[in-house]
Ligand binder design. Structure first.
Ligand SMILES: C[S@@+](CC[C@H](N)C(=O)[O-])C[C@H]1O[C@@H](n2cnc3c(N)ncnc32)[C@H](O)[C@@H]1O
Length: 296
């Protein structure tokens, strides 16, 4: 959440979706071309999944799998290479088009569906052995209980859900110099030499967005975006777990990790395994978490 401004606002969820969709449409071409996503390496045969999901996702051979909020399908196709029959869903028209192009170029059989996460059960008739959600997905969703119901609805009885996300505690911190906080609470540029400190709420009324204004995307490819404004939503660990339990899923794994897929703050250091961590010698913090939950 660096390089952002935050303020509270009251808008409908549809207005939030429209803002966010425009932003996601705009960044697709930048992300496909970005070294951050390693599309070239993927096309050359590399396994682009990061070590955490590689280790945890399990044997997918012969499994049907839905990847919710699949972006331009890179991870979806990496899961197909592991033997899953994959379907990806995303609400960005350009992301879905890029995913279909990438599948064709890679020669991988995959289905990509355009639509809002909350419409998945009506848009897709099939039910799946596995559901998969990773890295920067649930912060775009205003209703975490509704999300969990969608996840449960998309699984067959006995099906398994895998979630890997930025840790909500870490997402509440930022590296800010005190001079960057305006009188109205708007938060300015992150200062790379500043200490980490609480910057965003961990507890927030359900459905109330944080409004961010950022002209660059997280891949660090530079360039100024036209759609700078986004709405994101805070979901604490208890809210996520409670939503999954109430949706009828049984938690079978919960892990916290000292690493994240992106540089959530300037002080994080990229390791040889492509994961970002606090510098050696600093106290460690949970930067991401993962879980598995089973239906029935
Ligand atoms: C950070 S990306 C997910 C990254 C993913 N791990 C990957 O494979 O790169 C978040 C995605 O969520 C999608 N998204 C955001 N809100 C959505 C919604 N309400 N319904 C469907 N997709 C949504 C965006 O279009 C974007 O592609």
């Amino acid at each position: 959440m660096s390089d952002s401004k935050m303020s509270a606002t009251k808008l409908t969820h549809d207005e939030s979706f429209a803002l966010n969709q425009a932003r996601w449409d705009e960044v697709v071409a930048i992300h496909v071309a970005s070294p951050f996503y390693r599309v070239k390496e993927f096309l050359a045969g590399d396994d682009i999944l990061l070590p955490i999901e590689s280790r945890e996702v399990g044997d997918l051979r012969g499994k049907s799998l839905i990847h919710l909020q699949c972006h331009f399908g890179l991870d979806t196709l990496a899961l197909a290479r592991r033997g899953a029959q994959v379907t990806g869903l995303d609400f960005s028209t350009r992301a879905v088009a890029a995913a279909r192009d990438l599948a064709r170029e890679a020669g991988i059989d995959a289905r990509f569906v355009e639509g809002n996460l909350y419409d998945a059960p009506s848009l897709i008739a099939e039910r799946f052995d596995r559901a998969y959600v990773t890295w920067g997905a649930i912060n775009w969703l205003p209703d975490i209980k509704g999300w969990a119901r969608v996840v449960a609805a998309m699984l067959k009885p006995g099906g398994e859900f895998y979630l890997l996300e930025g840790h909500p505690f870490a997402l509440a911190l930022d590296q800010l110099g005190s001079e960057t906080i305006a009188a109205d609470g708007a938060i300015g540029q992150s200062d790379p030499t500043a200490p980490l400190r609480p910057a965003f709420p961990y507890f927030r009324p359900e459905g109330e967005p944080l409004v961010f204004d950022a002209a660059e995307t997280y891949t660090g490819d530079g360039g100024t975006l036209a759609n700078t404004r986004t709405h994101e939503f805070v979901h604490g660990i208890a809210d996520i777990l409670t939503a999954l339990i109430e949706a009828g899923l049984t938690l079978t794994m919960f892990h916290e990790h000292d690493a994240c897929a992106w540089a959530m703050w300037p002080l994080l250091v990229e390791d040889a395994d492509r994961m970002y961590r606090l510098p050696k010698g600093a106290a460690n913090l949970p930067l991401s978490f993962s879980l598995k939950a089973r239906k029935g």
